[in-house]
Design a binder for this molecule. Structure first.
Ligand code: FEO
Ligand code: CA
Ligand code: CA
Length: 707
């Protein structure tokens, strides 16, 4: 197995060395996957339509969209409610070594479910000293990223939570004395997807897990997924275990995702390559970062299929890198992987319904210099017909994005200084890869386009982006928001230089692209775009841009990752990587989109030391926000833990003889105390315990100072 030394030889990139090694297999230290010579962004002055004119023209379409895409009654979301937004006073940024979960004054925080929490009546209690694969299969998994919570419209004190478990931090999860193979066996069961029924005492009380929920379900490493779409059954998906190429076993690297308008959940398989020891010689292997070294996770030592050199498993890695769809309302349903949505390092997918009724999914490929995609369904959404709608993502057209700036190339110099027309902006095209069931890429069959999507996309000249994370349509204004998290290689030797859509050399802090589909309908192939934010800390002298909002009045923000919206259409951004950039803990931020305060960034919460913020959700009708806290204390070890989040108990309550350990956790933040009975207030520590007692536990001192 590859030697893995935390903090060793980690010279570039934003994340801690541990996250880099485990989550993305040190992608930032390796050769760029996209070495294609596909036309780098060309600056062509395009003054045909000003952005303002387009925004005005699309307003009517956006309103119609807000109506047509309102989730079905069972798929309640903030967007559907329209009851205004959470009001708060921004917290101050928090120094990166602080191990606290900090919320604004007047708010309290409550763990809903942590790594190891029981999910079923027979689940063993969490016992890290004696953890086993069998126990882990019945408990909540590790490092939850995406989160959806659908309130049951028939009983608003019940809900369905969906979460995915992206990867594990074995160094801090298991005693040093545990055998490596035993650690890996448990970690395999800590991956996957989870559905849990939630209950609460009243609409402003914190949610807690109902272990008796009939829909509670874990999707594990041996769970079968059916392939849908044109590549299902392809030779490229056949292995000796599945000679028909019609199914996959397990899901890996599940990062972000989306709640569909029909109440299912989609999840992106992202850094799947880190689970494979591969052949590493083909163009496809190289383009997907699959190499012949020992994998970061080492599972090839235990399970043959994770070594694609083993007889019969040459295609095993092709069975990952897809968008997965799960129906959390049907515990008997078979999860699927949609080949028509392409195969890459899917951050996630977010689906909206176009004015014309088609389902349109926006998707990012999260790797330096990779691309932005969209899928348009062939069939149309039918309100109330879930079984029909559940098939919409199986058949349609696939596109990749090309961005063209409207400022002279000389003004895009990599510094991040705004060009003379006042905006980083321009027009764009959705370039077809598959259309009407036919490949649009010379030399590629449809199956080849879909299985080796990166290679196919290279041929049509899309724009190399600064790592597209979440890509999400705003249900209020219809525009699409793309979080480009960072790209330390932009403009470095031999790599693509700055362009107007990715305007900073060695982009440390990332930016947000705002896309307006030009026809007002999401199925069109032309769009306009502008950068909403160029992130950083103005007080530290970073070149930043906040859509004209005064830079001295914003919260500093770095490495935007996941996004969501409140019922008024404000953008909420969670971050991953701020500590190594601007030096603060990661957080959740609100960005005003409309009006004179457009571009105003306000920090809502800050997460503990060495954690990232994932899966943000705003349920402002219930005065709540939710986040998944990933990899708290990841740079520690089992015997030298860096974080005690979320319980902050000392020693023996959780484990014998050592300090309490960090546990990745889904957290609910509620305005007020959550039920009127708790003592914890907006501060560093006050939180409810998220169990069936449903009360703030009064650990907080309630001092109301946020940092
Ligand atoms: Fe798992 Fe792109 O973050
Ligand atoms: Ca411009
Ligand atoms: Ca992410």
């Amino acid at each position: 197995m590859r030697t893995f030394l935390p903090m060793a030889a980690h010279v570039r990139g934003k994340r801690s060395a541990v996250t880099c090694a485990l989550k993305c297999d040190n992608a930032c230290l390796k050769a760029t996957c996209n070495t294609s010579s596909n036309g780098y962004f060309r600056d062509i002055v395009d003054a045909k339509l000003s952005r303002r004119a387009v925004l005005g023209a699309s307003a009517a379409g956006a309103l119609a969209l807000a109506v047509t895409t309102a989730p079905s009654p069972t798929a309640g979301s903030a967007a559907a409610a329209g009851h205004g937004t959470l009001k708060f006073t921004a917290i101050d940024p928090v120094q990166h070594e602080v191990d606290k979960f900090i919320v604004p004054k007047g708010y309290s925080w409550h763990p809903i479910v942590r790594w190891g929490d029981p999910l079923f009546p027979d689940s063993p209690k969490f016992d890290p000293e004696n953890q086993s694969p069998e126990a882990q299969r019945r408990q909540f998994g590790y490092n939850n990223d995406f989160l959806s919570i659908q309130v049951d419209e028939a009983d608003k004190n019940r809900a369905l939570l969906f979460a995915n478990q992206e990867y594990t931090n074995d160094e801090i999860m298991y005693p040093e004395s545990m055998a490596a193979a035993d650690k890996r066996a448990i970690s395999r069961e800590a991956h996957g997807l989870t559905v849990i029924e939630l209950e609460r005492r009243h609409k402003n009380a914190p949610w807690s897990v109902d272990v008796n929920g009939k829909k509670n379900r874990r999707f594990l490493i041996d769970t079968e997924y059916e392939f849908t779409g044109p590549a299902a059954g392809s030779d490229l998906l056949r292995t000796k275990d599945y000679p028909k190429g019609d199914k996959a076993q397990g899901t890996l690297g599940n990062c972000s995702g989306g709640l569909t308008p029909w109440g299912t959940v989609v999840s992106g398989e992202e850094n799947f390559n880190s689970y494979f020891k591969a052949q590493g010689t083909s163009a496809a292997d190289k383009r997907y970062g699959l190499d012949s070294e020992d994998s970061a996770n080492g599972w090839e030592n235990d399970v043959d299929r994770f070594d694609t050199n083993k007889p019969g498993y040459a295609n095993e890695a092709n069975r990952f890198g897809w968008i997965v769809e799960v129906d959390p309302w049907d515990p008997e349903s078979t999860p699927v992987k949609h080949t028509n949505m392409g195969r890459f390092k899917h951050e996630g997918a977010n689906v909206t319904i176009s004015d014309s009724g088609h389902a349109v999914a926006y998707m990012g490929d999260d790797e330096k210099f990779d691309y932005l995609y969209k899928f348009v369904s062939k069939d149309k959404f039918i309100e109330g017909d879930r079984e029909h709608n559940k098939k919409l993502l199986t058949d349609g057209d696939l596109f990749v994005a090309k961005f063209t700036g409207n400022s002279p190339k000389s003004e895009i110099d990599g510094s991040g200084d705004v060009p003379s027309d006042g905006e980083f902006d321009g027009s764009g095209q959705w370039l077809p890869l598959v259309k009407d069931g036919k490949s649009q890429v010379s030399g590629f069959s449809v199956e080849e386009v879909l299985v080796n999507t990166r290679l196919a996309a290279d041929k049509v000249g899309p724009t190399k982006m600064d790592r597209c994370e979440d890509v999400e349509p705003n249900p209020v204004n219809g525009r699409i928001y793309v979080a480009c998290t960072n790209n330390s290689d932009r403009g470095t030797s031999g790599k693509a230089g700055a362009d107007e859509a990715n305007p900073r050399t060695e982009n440390r802090d990332g930016h947000i692209v705002e896309i307006t589909e030009r026809s007002g309908d999401h199925t069109g192939t032309n769009f306009d775009w502008t950068l909403l934010l160029v992130c950083g800390d103005p007080k530290q002298g970073d070149a930043t841009y906040f859509s004209g909002f005064p830079a001295d009045q914003v919260s500093p923000i770095s490495c935007p990752d996941n996004v969501t919206f409140d019922s008024a259409g404000n953008l909420w951004i969670s971050t991953d990587g701020a500590p190594d950039g601007i030096g603060y803990c990661d957080g959740l931020f609100k960005v005003t989109i409309e009006g004179r305060q457009r571009g105003r960034v306000e920090q809502f919460l800050s997460v503990p030391r060495e954690a990232e913020v994932c899966g943000p959700l705003i349920h402002d009708e219930y005065r709540s926000a939710f986040v998944a806290v990933q990899h708290p204390g990841e740079d520690g070890s089992y015997s030298d833990q860096h974080s005690q989040f979320p319980d902050y108990v000392d020693s023996t309550d959780v484990r014998k003889g050592v300090a309490a350990m960090p546990r990745p956790t889904v957290v609910q933040v509620i305005k007020g105390q959550g039920n009127g009975g708790g003592k914890g207030k907006g501060n560093d520590k006050g939180h409810g315990n998220g169990n069936d007692k449903g009360h703030g536990n009064g650990k907080g001192k309630g001092h109301g100072k946020n940092s």
